[in-house]
Write a protein that binds this ligand. Sequence first.
Ligand code: AHR
Length: 487
Amino acid sequence: MTLNADQPQETISRHIYGHFAEHLGRGVYDGLWTRDESGNTTIREDVAEALREIKIPNLRWPGGCFADYYFWKDGIGPREERPSIVNVLWGGVTEDNSVGTHEFLELVDVLDTEPIIVGNVGSGTVQEMAQWWEYVNHPGPSPMADWRKENGREDPWNVRYWGVGNESWGCGGHMRPEFYADQYRRFATFLHGYPNVRPFRIAAGAAGGDYNWTEVLMREAGDYMDGLDLHHYTIIGSWETEKGHATDFTEAEWFELLESTYQWEELLDGHIEIMDRYDPEKRIWLIIGEWGTWHEPEEGSTPGFLYQQQTLRDALSASTSLDIFHRYLDRVKMANIAQTVNVLQAMILTEGDQMILTPTYHVFDFYTVHHDATYLDFALDGGEYRFGNESLPAVTATASRNSEGRVHITLTNLDPNSARTIEIEVNGENVTGVSGRILSAGEINAHNTFEQPDTVSPAEFTGASVSDGNLTVELPAKSLVVLELSP
Ligand code: AHR
């Protein structure tokens, strides 16, 4: 590896480490909040504390598909007067609306993060969405601001990130891109800036490799958007029949999932090439509003709740994805892994009063060093991880310099069988020492359980040394390492 510490690139937006919380399964109720029989909700302080540790920069809510079924007025005012609905999308359970706008924005304050609200285009009206925007953002007097004040909140929250529908090609209305582009223009028109906040308007982007969606949206509605929200999940197996299993898999499936993770390169190349043609100034953010691994639900759980375990494989898929996102920093400014607690590739799993951290949580912890840091140029050849007749780049990395001038390197070795020695020639930086942490485990399917919560957890890393200002890193098989260089 050659690290050119004297060749700073773009800033790594902290918003790339964003999160997503949908009214789905045990993500909201029994995840971020507990709820008693009267519908009173309490933010789980243990969960909040863990999320503050990894400095989550934003939280997207209320969906997902749920967003296009959600009527925000159901979720404000006295709890006992809020109507119950059926969450037809996710398990057909009763949604009593006890977490609504006030509760979500209170959580945002507790987490010291920024909200992203996704409005309802699929089954809602322009008036409803415009009134929601007014309710949370107008300082008053105004009809909606006055109502907010009656409900106990004097000051506006100044929510600037605003999604105009979700997956409008699918659960958000099965629209054609031409139709959605017109709907988007219409809905976005009525989100007005106020002196305290201007809207950052996010259009529903493509599913995976649907480049035509991006082409039409950019052509017909690009002038009216600030962000375009691409969604793509990493799966093996099939959406229609059966996806892969979260914890019971072979090396072939380890390889396959990581190979699928590399699809991000092709997807980002494709969508960004189109965006660059319509927006050469790169004004519009490509937002990866939903990403992560998606497996078959955990045995015994309600299938519609999307509860899955996670292993070291998911963690290394996450670090590889983040490394790829960083390579497109001039366009990719925000991303939201799905979903924060108890759903898909979560940071945290809960069971009653207990809580465990997933392997992916530790990746997000390691990568806090890159939040708003300057990406540094490097060249890396860590060899190939071969399986059968196929191969992948074995090692992936990110290097950055933070606001205090400290250089950090994260290195992932995807090869489950072989360690790698990485010699790092450091240009433009005086290095006298190095310290680090490692995430690894004995087995490819190692994971944390309520009985054994620390099977995959960080440890001090002693495999790096400095000689003549350059580094040698003994990177164990199937591991992620974060290094801090001392000047
Ligand atoms: O994250 C689960 C679901 O996946 C979301 O609701 C939807 O937007 C996507 O298809």
